[in-house]
Design a protein around this ligand. Structure first.
Ligand SMILES: [Ca+2]
Ligand SMILES: [Ca+2]
Length: 523
């Protein structure tokens, strides 16, 4: 009897702790009311992964609604029942809220009147993605600064900030950590009376907008990467990828702890966390994806301007859309083709003179093929994906980098890490899978989608979703064996990383937000 009684008691204890576990488990994993885990650029902690999503290959029949939107490149982010993003309309910067169920625009809030920042035609003045909490959201515009709203669009506070100077315009998104709202503002402008940059990280009290600390980054110039929070056995760090190096800062204090060098001038991708490590990537300027750059396409792009057909280029042949090519695969005149040119004719002439002299090493008044190819350098740094172990101090490039990989590094899309594999999508639709234990190539496949890939890949459950700029949506099964599950060609240009609900895919094109419902295709 006693025995049975004690068994019953044990069983009770088991059930109780089981229930307590369930309760705690659920309150830990389920978002609080009003919130959704896809609350920031690339979803939960920037991972790009929604493990609870069950989405297969979308088809046109799965389209639930389609809502016209002002222009902008910020990503849609979610609360339980709303979608938030930013845009620009009639020269007004806007924060916009839509209803998830219907796609109806609930409100648009204008940013106080401000001068719009200079931005490259491939970007926009509404590129940073909002960060959403249970009751509030935070938006950053390089042209204005930071603003906090509640979910009804009521402004809680605003913090105007000087506009940084940036090669392409601002892109780094705000990030909340406990009571801190963190914004990286890397800048091409110098500090007063100095040759070092004004670049800095700002941490604000998210309740009031008051600045709690700022950490200067004097050796970084403009960058476009959003930082990531890295929790490991030895604490929490803010990992910031900037041009030249990746740096770790303690949280919540923001002390600089370590750096890894070797990155190029262009750093765009968000660092990834997993397997106890941080992974970061950057291509070389112009999107050069591999260590050895083939100089021939650059020469071919240049000699296309050879008007008199002598297979040499003179200064007076540098006409029309001529500029120094960065991405020779693009047509001249495309905004990404080469070095941006000043509009003012006098300044433009001076810049062309400078470009010409730099490559005419023997000063004979011509560029010829050998001279051009010998002198072609494509920025410093190298195309790089690397894994960093925790616990380092100071410059840990030699001590804490576990491996590096230098092939097929995308220019704009962030890679994505799921379990033991990293997936990267490059221009021309080349998908590379890298193993995280040694940094080894697992496969390299062409999935189609000609042209650029700008949107970052995401994972719904175990399915990798890739979207090309030309609107080709591809779904690939994750794992060591490549399997393309299906594709859908949409009519619209897509440069924005999609958002994932449990049963929904939200895609922002140049002109619309599209919502796809539970997909009827293969799982
Ligand atoms: Ca010529
Ligand atoms: Ca020459």
């Amino acid at each position: 009897m006693d025995f049975i009684h004690s068994l019953e008691k044990q069983k009770m204890r088991f059930y109780c702790s089981y229930h307590v576990l369930l309760l705690f488990g659920f309150s830990f994993f389920l978002p609080a009311e009003g919130s959704d885990p896809w609350n920031q650029f690339r979803g939960p902690n920037g991972s790009g992964i929604r493990a609870d999503a069950s989405l297969g290959v979308p088809s046109v029949d799965d389209l639930r609604w389609k809502t016209p939107l002002p222009f902008g490149l910020s990503c849609p982010v979610l609360s339980k029942d709303k979608i938030f993003l930013t845009g620009i309309e009639n020269k007004h910067l806007l924060t916009i809220a839509l209803e998830r169920e219907s796609g109806k625009v609930l409100w648009k809030k204008k940013v106080p009147k401000t001068e719009i920042e200079k931005f490259h035609p491939s970007s926009s003045p509404a590129t940073p993605t909002p960060f959403v909490e249970e009751k509030r959201l935070y938006v950053y515009f390089g042209s204005y600064g930071l603003i906090c709203y509640d979910h009804q669009g009521l402004e809680i506070w605003k913090k105007p900030l000087p506009t940084p100077r940036s090669l392409y315009g601002t892109a780094s998104s705000p990030l909340v950590h406990e009571n801190l709202l963190i914004q990286v503002i890397d800048d091409d402008a110098h500090m007063p009376n100095s040759q070092v940059s004004k670049s800095r990280i700002l941490a604000l009290d998210k309740q009031s907008g008051k600045i709690l600390w700022e950490r200067f980054r004097p050796f970084h110039r403009s960058g476009w990467s959003t930082p990531t929070i890295w929790e490991h056995g030895r604490g929490r760090e803010l990992v910031v990828l900037g041009n030249g190096s990746l740096r770790g800062y303690s949280l919540p204090a923001g002390e600089e702890k370590w750096q890894v060098d070797g990155f190029s001038r262009e750093t765009i991708a968000r660092p990834m966390i997993g397997n106890g490590k941080v992974y970061a990537s950057g291509s070389r300027l112009g999107g050069s994806a591999d260590l050895k750059t083939d100089p021939l396409p650059f020469w071919k792009a240049v000699i296309g301007f050879d008007a008199n057909g002598d297979n040499r280029l003179e200064r007076r042949e540098m006409t029309g859309h001529f500029t120094f090519p960065f991405r020779p695969q693009l047509p001249p005149g495309h905004p990404g083709f080469g070095l941006p040119m000043p509009r003012e004719p006098q300044k433009k002439r001076a810049r062309l003179d400078g470009i010409f002299l730099r490559m005419d090493k023997n000063r004979d008044g011509f560029w010829d093929k050998d001279e051009f190819i010998d002198n072609l350098t494509i920025g410093r740094g190298k195309p790089l994906l690397l894994a960093v172990k925790p616990g380092g101090r100071g410059n840990v490039t030699q001590t804490h980098v576990e491996w590096e990989f230098n092939k097929g590094i995308p220019e704009v899309p962030s890679p994505i890490l799921l379990e033991n594999f990293i997936y990267m999508i490059s221009n021309g639709g080349v998908l590379i899978c890298v193993g995280t234990d040694k940094g080894q190539m697992i496969y390299r496949k062409r999935i189609g989608g000609l042209g650029q890939y700008v949107a970052s890949p995401i994972v719904a459950g175990k399915n990798l979703i890739l979207v090309s700029e030309e609107g080709l949506v591809s779904v690939v099964r994750t794992g060591k064996d490549f399997e393309l599950l299906g594709q859908l060609q949409l009519k619209g240009k897509i440069k924005v990383t999609p958002a994932l609900g449990i049963n929904n895919l939200y895609l922002r094109s140049e002109s619309h937000l599209w919502a796809f419902g539970k997909m009827s295709g293969r799982p």
